[in-house]
Design a protein around this ligand. Structure first.
Ligand SMILES: [Zn+2]
Length: 316
């Protein structure tokens, strides 16, 4: 709750208390005005000749704001709970893209005052669908898209019946068959660079085992295909790095030099296109880039690296 609302809340509580005791605020108000502190917040709208001073007008605005906020919660009690505010709604799991979810996908709804939220409302093919949240915090709610949900702008509701605005952008609900099987790992402008960036290029003491793609630090990286996270750690060479293994096809994929430790935990299954982290230059690196490896078999423990460039080029 912002400080100004807290003040308004305190102020309102004070008004109610004084009112119930049959006191007037005139003496308090004039005392403050006499002391030449026009912005002291705890004076009341006193019925005195100074009633039109800026301080008093400000007080009245505060009181009005408090009363209208109270009405917004259904009028119960002194407690001030603003309606939840939705800033965005986007798909994070089982997505075709951030704006294209599938039935069963996980959608994250971000905003403010989200902690009293109990349900997310999706447009449905046969009317509104109210779905219980999966997880929530002050600023976000996670929810699974129900079967039968339709394209539109979801919103959230609280147990008390308060309703948010609708998400500003439309979320499309599309068939799961549209989930891509493979996705290019760098989600922004990049360059394959010159010969020195290629698989097999000479390096001090070893041969380059991957393809470098230079891109601005912070560029989003996503999982190239469905795979299990087998390593997510840091070393002086690779910096923050992550290794994904696709057991079914016996391949492994390595992302190095990430800006921060990769998002998914070891053991987690990631789908194609799921966030991995961001381009960085951690470890042995001289500029922002992704070092990407493609292995047949397990990484470093019996498998062998191959040139990833033809495969990468096939994805774009
Ligand atoms: Zn490299």
């Amino acid at each position: 709750m912002p400080a100004s609302r807290k003040l308004a809340s305190l102020h309102l509580a004070l008004l109610v208390l004084l009112g119930s005791l049959g006191l007037t605020m005139a003496t308090t108000a004039s005392a403050h005005l006499d002391s030449n502190e026009p912005h002291t917040p705890h004076t009341g709208p006193g019925p005195d000749p100074m009633a039109l001073s800026p301080a008093v007008l400000e007080e009245r605005r505060d009181a009005r704001a408090s009363r209208s906020a109270l009405r917004g919660t259904g009028g119960g009690g002194i407690e001030l709970t603003p309606d939840p505010l939705v800033k965005d709604a986007y798909c994070v799991k089982q997505c075709v893209s951030p704006r294209e979810a599938t039935p069963g996908a996980i959608v994250r709804i971000t905003g403010a005052y989200m902690d009293p939220v109990t349900r997310v409302v999706f447009p449905g093919k046969e009317g509104k669908m109210r779905v219980k949240y999966r997880a929530k915090s002050m600023t976000a709610v996670r929810v699974e898209v129900p079967r039968g949900a339709d394209d539109g702008r979801p919103y959230v509701v609280t147990a008390a019946g308060a309703k948010s605005n609708r998400a500003p952008k439309e979320l499309k609900i599309v068939s799961r068959a549209k989930i891509p099987k493979e996705v290019f790992p760098v989600r922004g402008p990049f360059s394959y660079g010159g010969k020195g960036s290629r698989f097999g290029a000479g390096r001090t003491g070893h041969i380059h085992q991957g393809q470098d793609m230079s891109a601005s630090c912070g560029t989003r990286l996503v999982a190239i295909k469905k795979a299990k996270v087998v390593y997510n750690q840091y070393d002086d060479g690779g910096g923050n790095y992550i290794v994904l293994a696709n057991k079914g096809e016996n391949t492994s994929f390595v992302y190095m030099h990430l800006k921060r430790p990769a998002k998914p935990d070891v053991g987690e299954i990631v789908a194609a296109g799921e966030p991995i982290g961001r381009v960085g230059t951690t470890g042995s690196s001289s500029g922002c880039h992704l070092h990407f490896e493609y292995w047949i078999g397990p990484w470093q423990t019996g498998g062998k690296p191959i040139d990833p460039l033809p495969y990468l080029k096939s994805l774009r």
